[in-house]
Ligand binder design. Sequence first.
Ligand code: PEP
Length: 252
Amino acid sequence: MVARIPLIAGNWKMNKTPAEGDAFVRALATRLGTIEAVEVVVAPPFTGLQAVVSASLGTGITVAAQNLFWEERGAFTGEVAPGMLTSLGVRWVIIGHSERRQLFGETDQIVARKVRSALNHDLRPIMCVGETQEERDAGMTEERLVSQVTKGLAHVTAGEAGELVVAYEPIWAIGTGRTATPAAAQEACALVRRQVAQVLGPAARETVRVLYGGSVTPDNIGDLMRQDDVDGALVGGASLDVESFAVIAERA
Ligand code: PEP
């Protein structure tokens, strides 16, 4: 069995100036010291990437973008190309977050193109999937997750599973304080892992990392991480505070 390194990623969303991001990462690095047992990633807005990458150098903390566009250059006003991110030292990219799907119309097809483009440029995708409250109530969680995983990975090859992270984020748990129970998170993350293996082949089951996201806090991370199929967390609100994010990383 392959040992998967736990991953804790903080999604800052539309928060923090470059100066605030710089200060945050310096404080987090001091607070955590040398971190080896867990990978720690922060995702500032585009405007903060350069400052945060600079502050993270030599700390073990790595940096994600919150989005990208799949083209390399051209007339795409307001978009950012994968090569622009890697040129700054960005190593990861969050793709298909539910806010992008719901507020900015991202479809599974768009997500699939972005995932392919990230992998083409050595950016590791953190692809988000998850059901709404209505879908859960209607007993459609499995169908939704199977569909999102299958379509989102349409252009990924079997050998790329080790580069891939899938974050299971039930939409009803994001920013609501309503965390999935550890058992529910386990059930959904196991389903996601099975479906990744269905799409990319059985070896992917061991190598893909599956995160849980949705109101993760220092108080619930321990129980979530004890689940077999939860390899880490994508953290929103609690990643904005150095102390709470540091405790989440430590407990992971
Ligand atoms: C998120 O937006 O990815 C998220 C999980 O947010 P929160 O932790 O605030 O629920």
